[in-house]
Design a protein around this ligand. Structure first.
Ligand code: GYE
Length: 364
């Protein structure tokens, strides 16, 4: 009995310290940790000061700020930085929100912990940009049990849709298909030996873009995908994968990078190896995101085709929240529209030919 109890106690202590660890890990990334409580103090209504408890329970309903917890993927790319800034601008105090922002640094455990903290803090709404599609059922159920609407933003999850309120973001499969369709049009029947630098493993952006591109590749018996490896959506990752591809493959003419930052790394690796790319080079580069710098490379003819994914999505989330506040129904899914852009000298039915004017209009 005594021994059993000791083992049990030890087990409890391990669990307790694990929880504490998780909490500590997540804490430094949280800009706005004591979020739930000050909501009552922030309100302009003198009535609220007389009844802080009631106000704390339903700040939105009684005219205070709407509290939103946002569990962001991380800061791996220029796209992500623009997306984060966009949320911080849209969910500002001036707009009537109190945003608690957590940068999960691509760590699933930190992201889950952040969502659990938001539930504990009784946020009015939770936005999750899920690092991976898998592993969400339990925590989404916890949020639902707590009565907190969850918005799945940017990427998607493979959980039962009844566990969350809405999903919004770009159509990643369509983006991959656009890239494939453009390549088919550009090559016009010529052979392709393709290397793919994928995004982070298990992310819907990676899975969707890969699936979409493969759908089109399957229609081209003259194409061969030589290899496909994750570059983690980072410039360093793109460079590392490209360096290893260059060591393994001497004959390739297409590199597909699943975001702009990976493309910058891949270009550095090819520069160092004396491999030419872009409209005047030996290797066709396809990229995704179409951020400002990515489009500059496209305008310069270094990236042949850049498939857009618009990071300015916060307004869609704010619209959903405002509708819910007004007691209105919301769509189960919102697809943020994309374009694709090609280098000067290329014309395409799938993409817009880059100009300085297009670049000047790109704020992110
Ligand atoms: O393409 C990439 C970022 O989920 C669409 O994540 C997003 C992707 C984007 O890191 O740059």
């Amino acid at each position: 009995m005594k021994k059993k109890l000791a083992v049990l106690l030890a087990g409890t202590m391990v669990m307790a310290s694990l929880v504490a660890c998780g909490g500590n890990d997540a804490a430094p990334a949280t800009n706005d940790a004591p979020a739930a409580e000050p909501a009552a103090e922030d309100t302009a209504e003198p009535v609220a000061e007389a009844e802080p408890e009631a106000e704390a329970e339903a700040p939105a309903a009684s005219g205070g700020a709407i509290s939103v917890g946002f569990a962001q993927v991380g800061h791996e790319s220029d796209w992500r930085a623009a997306n984060t800034q966009n949320y911080q601008d849209a969910f500002s105090e001036a707009n009537g929100y109190e945003l608690s922002f957590v940068d999960a640094d691509n760590d699933n455990a930190v992201q889950l912990e952040a969502v659990r903290n938001f539930i504990q803090q009784e946020m009015d709404y939770i936005c999750i940009a899920p690092i991976e599609t898998a592993g969400w059922d339990t925590v989404l159920q916890e949020a639902q049990d707590a009565g907190i609407p969850v918005l799945i933003v940017d990427r998607s999850v493979d959980a039962d849709p009844s566990l969350y309120t809405t999903q919004l973001g770009c159509d990643m499969v369509a983006e991959g298909e656009t890239a494939g369709n453009w390549l088919g049009e550009y090559l016009d029947g010529a052979d392709a030996k393709i290397l793919v630098i994928e995004g982070s493993v298990g992310a819907s952006a990676t899975l969707g873009r890969t699936e979409g591109f493969n759908n089109i590749a399957a229609q081209h018996s003259e194409w061969e995908i030589l290899d496909s490896q994750s570059g983690d959506f980072t410039q360093a990752g793109g460079q590392e994968v490209m360096e290893s591809f260059i060591k393994s493959y001497s004959d390739f003419n297409v590199v597909v990078c699943q975001n702009d930052n990976e493309a910058y790394g891949a270009m550095d690796a090819m520069d160092a190896a004396g491999i030419t790319y872009g409209v005047d080079g030996d290797v066709i580069i396809i990229s995704f995101d179409a951020t400002h710098d990515g489009l500059q490379y496209t305008l310069d003819g270094k990236i042949n085709c850049n498939v857009e994914c618009n990071p300015l999505q916060a307004q869609f989330a704010a619209d959903v929240i405002q509708k819910l506040e007004a007691g209105q129904a919301v769509d189960a899914q919102t697809i943020v529209k994309d374009e694709a852009f090609v280098a000067p000298g290329i014309t395409s039915q799938y993409a817009i030919t880059m100009t300085q004017e297009v670049l000047d209009g790109r704020a992110y």
